[in-house]
Write a new protein. Structure first.
Length: 385
């Protein structure tokens, strides 16, 4: 009887092994899914936090407690050194590393990020100083050099580049025109939407009453940690253009003092509520009428998909990869245009309740495409003489 083939050795690399964080959570789930398929999975990381994915071995490489530039370089070098000593059948890179069979690109190139997000800092001296800091930052120079090595002169010319949205793919090809477009694939994030569904009328009424919101109030909600980049300023500036029964609820973020001051200055302080960290996001969406994310930059926002799954009309800027799932009439072209945003909010509020979001069949998403890529690479390598 022939001996069974040993399990294939798979390595994933990312500085942090954790269930928390968008990219980190994806890497955690992918590692566990590959282990469940019978592969021997190592996770190369600088540190491991919390519960480990079942069947996965963390390989903690560490990195010095120095600046961002040194941390990035150190981790990439540590991964290279480990791979030179420990061969794997398939290597999956989830961050800025150089030797992999599959490279998942979860965000746009550094220069494009800088260009798109600078307007979020307004027209003041703060914006000028931000641009100056970015231009002189050693970390920025290191990241640009690492990106060039990843995409322009990769260690493995056969690496498969996978972007998390068509928008990120476009940004990547713009920044690295030597890349063959046929070699750059797209697999969208697919968050766990099983927790998100339209609420029944009784639950919705109870949640709104707990916040002191009347039936006639139109509650616009948003979510994010970086208020400037997520366009919270644009939302606050849109509010004075809307009837007084329109309110804004903001989940996430820290230190909202500047935004609270802006709302008071515009006379809408009592209509803006900063909820801080929200543990029960389905309830947050359930109490609202409209979701809006006039973001200056988002590779593929999960919050838009979650809001859609809860039956909310979702407004997104065109600079968000998941805007392709929103109603095209509710896509804001300029994230700084508060007048256009106010018009879209009125349009969204007048819509009848939407059907829960269903993932379209023509958009590859989630973990399965990566598992299939791994199987294909293993099969190809085994067939080689």
């Amino acid at each position: 009887m022939p001996k069974a083939a040993p399990p294939s050795r798979i390595a994933l690399s990312m500085p942090r092994l954790s269930r928390y964080g968008g990219a980190e959570g994806f890497g955690w789930r992918l590692a566990e899914a590959l282990a469940a398929c019978g592969h021997a999975v190592d996770f190369l990381c600088a540190r491991a936090e919390g519960r480990l994915p079942q069947g996965v071995t963390p390989v903690v490489l560490g990195r010095p407690p120095l600046g961002r530039a040194v941390k990035n370089l150190w981790f990439a070098w540590a991964v290279e050194r480990h791979l030179s000593r420990s061969p794997y059948d398939v290597v999956i890179g989830l961050s800025r590393t150089w030797s992999q069979d599959i490279l998942r690109v979860g965000g746009g190139p550094q220069d494009i990020f800088n260009r798109l997000t600078l307007p979020a800092h307004g027209q003041s001296l703060a914006r000028t100083l931000k641009a100056l800091r970015r231009a002189l930052s050693p970390s920025g120079a290191v990241i640009r050099w690492m990106e060039a090595r990843q995409f322009d002169t990769p260690s493995n010319p056969a690496q498969r580049v996978v972007c998390v949205s068509d928008l990120v793919r476009g940004w990547l090809l713009e920044a690295h025109p030597a890349l063959d477009p046929a070699s750059v694939e797209v697999v969208y994030n697919r968050p766990d939407l099983s927790r998100f569904a339209p609420p029944d009328a009784e639950l919705r009424e109870r949640l709104r009453a707990a916040q002191g919101w009347a039936d006639a109030d139109v509650v616009v909600c948003t979510a994010g940690t970086n208020f400037a980049l997520k366009g919270v300023g644009t939302l606050i500036r849109a509010l004075p253009l809307l009837p007084r029964n329109y309110r804004l609820a903001v989940a996430g973020g820290r230190h909202p003092d500047a935004w609270v001051a802006l709302a008071k200055r515009l006379g809408v302080g009592e209509r803006v509520h900063f909820a801080g960290k929200v543990d029960d996001m389905p309830a947050f969406y359930a109490a609202a009428d409209v979701f809006a994310l006039p973001t200056y930059y988002d590779a593929c926002s999960n919050a838009v998909l979650e809001a859609l799954a809860c039956g909310l009309p979702a407004i997104s800027s065109a600079r968000n990869g998941s805007a392709v799932f929103a109603d095209p009439r509710l896509v804001l072209q300029d994230p700084g245009d508060h007048q256009a945003l106010a018009r879209l909010i009125r349009l969204a509020a007048e819509q009848s309740p939407a059907q829960p979001f269903q993932w379209p069949d023509d958009r590859p998403c989630g973990l399965l495409p990566y598992i299939q890529m791994v199987d294909e690479i293993i099969r190809t390598k085994r067939e080689q003489p």
